[in-house]
Design a protein. Sequence first.
Lengths: 194, 194, 194, 194
Amino acid sequence: MNTAVLAERIVEAGKRLFAEQGFHATGMRAIARAAGVSIGAIYHYFASKDEIFLAVLRQEYERRLQEARALWEQGLPASEIIRRVVELHFATLAGHKESVQLLSRAWAPETPALRAQVQALREEYAAYIAKFLEEGMEAGQIRRSHPLLTAYALLGLVEAVTGRALAEDEVARELLEVGPTELADMAWRALRPK
Amino acid sequence: MNTAVLAERIVEAGKRLFAEQGFHATGMRAIARAAGVSIGAIYHYFASKDEIFLAVLRQEYERRLQEARALWEQGLPASEIIRRVVELHFATLAGHKESVQLLSRAWAPETPALRAQVQALREEYAAYIAKFLEEGMEAGQIRRSHPLLTAYALLGLVEAVTGRALAEDEVARELLEVGPTELADMAWRALRPK
Amino acid sequence: MNTAVLAERIVEAGKRLFAEQGFHATGMRAIARAAGVSIGAIYHYFASKDEIFLAVLRQEYERRLQEARALWEQGLPASEIIRRVVELHFATLAGHKESVQLLSRAWAPETPALRAQVQALREEYAAYIAKFLEEGMEAGQIRRSHPLLTAYALLGLVEAVTGRALAEDEVARELLEVGPTELADMAWRALRPK
Amino acid sequence: MNTAVLAERIVEAGKRLFAEQGFHATGMRAIARAAGVSIGAIYHYFASKDEIFLAVLRQEYERRLQEARALWEQGLPASEIIRRVVELHFATLAGHKESVQLLSRAWAPETPALRAQVQALREEYAAYIAKFLEEGMEAGQIRRSHPLLTAYALLGLVEAVTGRALAEDEVARELLEVGPTELADMAWRALRPK
DNA sequence: TATGAATGAGAGTTCATTCAT
DNA sequence: GATGAATGAACTCTCATTCAT
């Protein structure tokens, strides 16, 4: 379908530009140019700039959810899953820096309506992690705690460090190196049963 | 001093508006109106909108640094300091919601120059926490790890949860209630010596 | 083409306003109003106010170049060409006062970038005159001298007088009357071979 | 008198800045800073920015008039006076570039009131030259023509070339070199009796 | 006499969105 | 379906000038 092709190109262009420059600094003209489509065409597929942004984020979160699901289904022990999720985040940073930049930069949109939707996407991801934690708690693999709170805490733990690692200074290089191991250990100490 | 009065009113108005609506959604006219000064007066005290934003953030981080210093100087054990810092963050959320909103929303500004400065302020705060952690490690009160990485991880841990708690739904109320205890425990488990 | 229509109306409005009030005193809003278009439409056709100004000047210099070319191609003797060029300048003053005002008023714009471009347009016109002079020198019709210098000198000679003649006082009326003859004679005495 | 000292410093600062950047690009703050006085002090001595500009121009034209008077009083033949006036213009360009820039750039102010006054200053200078030409005509040293028209023509002749010579390219250097001789010759051919 | 804080209209420019073709 | 010309409110920032001290 031609339709899907154009929409996909718009989302890809939007992802790159939103990640590089942020939401406000990215104009519809720039997206149209980068996607090789007309402005009119964009409005044919998306109702507004907000909708493009949401489509981009949906795709990103969807990918992360799929990665998480894939890990879960391998039946590994909880500590191993946590280690791998942390590793995955750092691998994304190395291979698809834009993806991390995107989530780091467009964290909390300023328009109330958009913010609510972005936070809903984030909640969906957090809820999935919470579900995993909950099952681990019931199986005695993970210490009991408030699952959603713990999920957000883990997300924050990792994202704060990867966010800092986006800078291109000496510190960032250090964090990239020791981050995966240190964060996985830290997370596991926080989560393991007594 | 009359000078300080106007500048202070501008910073206060900016803080409230930036927190409520974010950086881009807050215009100079709105700040002027809210502060009860003319637009010209704003530019007499601040070179640009960016500078107002930075002044607001500097004030916020300064306050947090002072709180942290005050805690440290009491000579409490590390676990207690951590517990109190977490409590402080949640207390701020209850008493000065705007302060948490501000830091949550203006996490990573989109303009490169502004972003660099905001991140420098954040780094200053993180470095202070890292210094505290480092002393704790040398005294055997805290497990050895990369101090700055750990500082960012702790910040992220707390901020992700307080950020979620800003919403005014049922979940947010739950997080507000169990947050302080759960997060302090979680952090301590991650930090305590073997 | 509709395109050309709007752009042309913008240039015409700009020409009139720049001539009447000068570059700085003419705002984009005034141009939009005078052209009967929206401000947005202006920026659709021109990147900046400078660009409108340059388009206006390009049109003016283009017209003058065409007039000069047309004269040249008639194969008249040099003295006759000079007489007619001077006459043409005064005729423009009578028929299109705005054209003379424009060039007189926006002689040397204050912004370096704009000034460079305006002077390049002027140089193009001067260079054409210089080429004509050079051919005349080689044919022995015109006394040998530095061609470009002489071209600028002739331009200045005429423009200083037409500039003064823009005022609407008694002196201006005198200059309008005697100007064509006196200036043509003066120029020819300066240029004719020994 | 302190008064005169401050006013003089303001005029000097204004002259430099107006020449370098033009009228609009030069702000009152910049003049105050360059003159080492307060903005309030400027308004104590000058009613407006226009008045500073006029004071600057008055000083410039006054100097030129004095130079012209000094030349006249030496009782030289007309051709020699003309040669020396042209030389003087080029010498000014070499020694006080700013003076030539000033007159070249702020040629025709955009505010009607200011423009009228600037043109009046120019007319005063032209009228003096015209008076000299008139005496020369009566003495048979100079060919009969409209004196004021001829004065403006001579001014334009020289100023167009010196204006072009302000650029700092190869052509400008050429004009600086051959200008004095060529222009003086050209002017004399235009003026000398049959 | 001298200061510089304060004013606020107005500048050029941007940009998401619409809609006639 | 697809285009991109057109809109105009809103943006940040400048600046000559005033006036209380």
